[in-house]
Design a protein around this ligand. Structure first.
Ligand SMILES: [Zn+2]
Length: 282
């Protein structure tokens, strides 16, 4: 379910995501993006119907968000409207699983100053909780500090800290994906012989599949984030997993294919039948 997806002219410039400091010289970016200058940034919250109740993985930016400028306020924070149209009640949500505690993933659960999902148990990696609870000096982490800390405070004892390779809910297993943040996690869903790999912020754009070494200014540990991206993409390709990427255009679902040392993204369009093994016809 989308929390929002700003379209043109509000799409963010690619050069904000891929910078010389994050390992992408501007002429390399220019050559790779074939005239495209912006990135379609979705906020795709993934609902999972588990035997223990309905869960959501990441919660969007929340209503009344002004952090990127006034323009974005009406364009995001739509998760609750989406839930209402889908017949889902905030009060009945059983669990919130955070891939990490950046504001665009956590603020949707606390933006009003109270818990958006009052009955939910929350799950975040132990290192993530420890990082945001401690002294945070990194300048690129500052915009996220308030939402991360408020999430930790409001959930209180209902926030469960997990480790990697933990089954936090039936069929919902956490996987190592550190680098973007210290406890950034992927989530592997398994049901009736099918699997879906939710990669969080492992990549923002298909350009990071063709160029897995491209990091962004928001990856707190560049080398670790690149290693996590390569590892998860290799696994997704080799095990032919359906992939959910939080920031790709809605719904952010697709499959990954190896292409030499890099990868290709094959998006699944809603209403289109899925081909389990991507072939060259895409
Ligand atoms: Zn994000």
């Amino acid at each position: 379910m989308s929390d929002g997806q700003p379209g043109p002219p509000f799409e963010p410039p690619l050069e904000d995501f891929f910078t010389p400091e994050s390992g992408v010289p501007s002429e390399v970016l220019r050559d790779a993006c074939h005239g495209r200058s912006s990135l379609t940034c979705g906020y795709n919250c993934l609902f999972v119907n588990t035997p223990d109740g309905m869960a959501v993985i990441d919660t969007g930016l929340g209503a009344s968000f002004l952090g990127y400028g006034e323009y974005i306020k009406p364009l995001v924070g739509q998760l609750e409207d989406g839930m209402t149209s889908a017949g889902l009640s905030r009060a009945n949500l059983a669990a919130v699983v955070f891939t990490h505690l950046h504001q665009d993933h956590s603020r949707g659960s606390i933006w009003s100053g109270e818990l958006t999902f009052p009955a939910a148990t929350a799950y975040a990696h132990a290192l993530e909780v420890a990082f945001w609870s401690g002294t945070v000096d990194l300048p690129q982490a500052q915009p996220h500090l308030e939402a991360a800390r408020e999430t930790i405070r409001l959930f209180g004892e209902r926030l469960r800290a997990f480790e990697y390779e933990a089954e936090v809910l039936p069929g919902v297993r956490t996987l190592a994906a550190p680098g973007h943040t210290p406890g950034h996690s992927a989530v592997l869903l398994e049901s009736q012989g099918e699997r879906l790999l939710c990669v969080g912020d492992t990549f923002y754009d298909p350009l990071q599949l063709t160029n897995p070494s491209w990091a962004t200014p928001w990856d707190l540990d560049l080398a670790a984030s690149i290693a996590s991206r390569r590892h998860l993409l290799e696994r997704a390709a080799d095990e032919r997993l359906m992939v959910h990427a939080y920031h790709l255009p809605f719904p952010g679902l697709g499959r990954v294919q190896r292409n030499g040392a890099a990868f290709t993204w094959h998006p699944l369009t809603l209403g289109m039948s899925d081909s389990p093994a991507p072939t060259t016809e895409h």
